[in-house]
Design a protein around this ligand. Structure first.
Ligand SMILES: [Ca+2]
Length: 183
């Protein structure tokens, strides 16, 4: 007898319950619990950027929450200068383990595309290039994550040539996924 694979989409609040019931109640060997996607919105994440009056000059730097109808929750974070960061705190109820970590964002291109890195307390997790001007996903790779850890995304390579000639990066959200493919 075969066990057809089915995909179940449920509200996040139900996923924990579903996982528990699958683990406890299903006797089928090899059954895997539904894999919850964890979506960490940049607009609600921490911006670790000191904003000082002298920074309100060209070129603008810093991390700024922007309203953007194309972003998943209507807001995103723009990182304008080299070494500007946005930090994401993982939920305290996250199950420690290995995950695929991706970012959904877009680049504002000038003399090339923005590159961002992601790091945790354990060190660098990878870099991706956001050469897409519409929101798209880029995957850093697999990482071992612990609950409550902070992941820091950093803009590495700003370029500025004057008004309208500015490389920036806009981050919609970070995606933590248990599937190895990242989807
Ligand atoms: Ca810039």
């Amino acid at each position: 007898m075969t066990h057809p694979h089915t995909t179940v989409r449920l509200p996040h609040a139900l996923l924990g319950l579903l996982t528990m019931s699958v683990l406890a109640g299903c006797g089928a060997p090899g059954a895997t619990p539904a894999s919850p996607d964890l979506q960490l919105e940049a607009g609600q994440a921490g911006l670790r950027t000191p904003v000082t009056p002298q920074k309100v000059s060209a070129p603008l730097t810093g991390g700024w929450v922007i309203q953007d109808p194309a972003a998943s929750d209507g807001s995103a974070v723009a990182l304008l200068g080299t070494a500007d960061v946005v930090s994401f705190e993982l939920p305290r109820n996250l199950k420690a383990g290995e995950y695929t970590v991706s970012v959904v964002g877009r680049g504002e291109l000038y003399l090339g595309a923005p590159v961002v890195s992601l790091s945790s307390e354990g060190g660098p997790l990878g870099t991706v290039t956001l050469d897409n001007t519409a929101y798209d996903k880029r995957t850093f790779g697999r990482a071992t994550l612990r609950p409550g850890a902070t992941l820091t995304l950093t803009f590495l390579n700003d370029e500025y040539g004057g008004p309208g000639m500015d490389r920036n990066v806009v981050i919609d959200y970070l995606l933590i996924n248990q599937s190895k493919s990242g989807f």
